[in-house]
Design a protein around this ligand. Sequence first.
Ligand code: HAM
Length: 421
Amino acid sequence: MKIQLPRGTRDILPEEVQKWHFLEDKFREICENYRYAEIRTPIFEHTELFERGVGDSTDIVSKEMYTFHDKKNRSLTLRPEGTASVVRAFVEHKMFGDVNQPVKLYYNGPMFRYERPQGGRQRQFTQIGVEAIGSFDPAIDAEIISLAMNFFHSIGLKNISLTINSLGDKESRLKHREALIAHFEPRIDEFCSDCQNRLHKNPLRILDCKTDHEHPLVATAPSILDFLNEESRLYFSQVKGFLEAIGIPFVVDPTLVRGLDYYNHTTFEIMSEEEGFGAKTTLCGGGRYHGLVEEFDGPATPGIGFAMGVERVLLALMAANITIPKDKALDCYVIVASEAAELEAVKCIDSLRRAGISADKDYQNRKFKAQMKDANRKEAKYTVIIGEDELKTGKYPFKNMESGEQVLASVKEIVQHFENA
Ligand code: HAM
């Protein structure tokens, strides 16, 4: 039987990888400008990390995790998201003791969720994201959102919208929770069994249930914004004030609760509104999480971050017809004009590469004309022809493929030409 890739996964072939490089480079550049440093955490973690961090009443933990037991019978899980791991690392390496607070980190890597695969939804997907841990300043909320918006603008995506909400602090959430239970309880038997279980465990989850999201009681559910206490209300209005001050338009949507349990205060999502991208699709989601560091036995520390799905961002770029610049072009193609010249051609190409110049040659024993064609197909900026006759003089025809201009030059002179360019 032919072996194919597992459902919900994809091969990313070289031509597409160029697009990934473009996004990753842009993201890295922007993160560095905002002074976020890269962190790399393991792809698998103890299952408990996500059960406690993401929350066992979420779909992610209850239905979508890739969990397995290792040879010592430890329960491990392929990470479904990055925040829990970053916070674990923050506590494990005692980053709360660093003089530089907040600790600002970014990451890029594969995540795993057992979901029903469809356009923009895979079982292995890639997130790029950031976390700022150690500050409860509304200016950081605006900074995080600005970083994401700036990234989208820098890659050419203009048709995007930002939705924000506040889930308030613990006190506000408790009051809202009681109101939600009172609202849903009388008719809870009209809801799916998951929602029935969620009612007393985590009624907020009913608002983002994939099965019941069209039930009329969801639309009329009490709004969290009516339950924010004074401190939470003030904080949210300061976040909005900063966003306005830096010219980032937003819409407030009190039903934006997000699918992970760790959130409080600010939550946000960024959607693509590009036509041909299907229904509005969330490119990026994030928010504040104030209990997470404590949950992993660190000192009470506020945090905020976001993650975006790289595959979805690429789909949005395609829908917007944005052409992505190709990776570095080929500087020089070395043409071997006779068998006796092969040794010199290999030496030439090696000298070029050692000097940091991109160079290629034929490895198929092609005839001269076919090598010329290959150089054109590979869009070489220059060619150099190493022939038997030229071996005597050590000077080879070196051609600028765009202008057609040709000179005789030694390998040393060719290398110098690129170095001085
Ligand atoms: P999330 O909303 O679960 O948040 O995921 C963030 C983004 O990852 C989504 O907006 C989407 O672009 C992408 N994504 C999620 N699931 C899939 C999938 N199955 N296939 C393709 N793309 C997907 C989080 O993961 C939080 N950790 C974000 C965060 C960071 N909050 C605070 N800090």
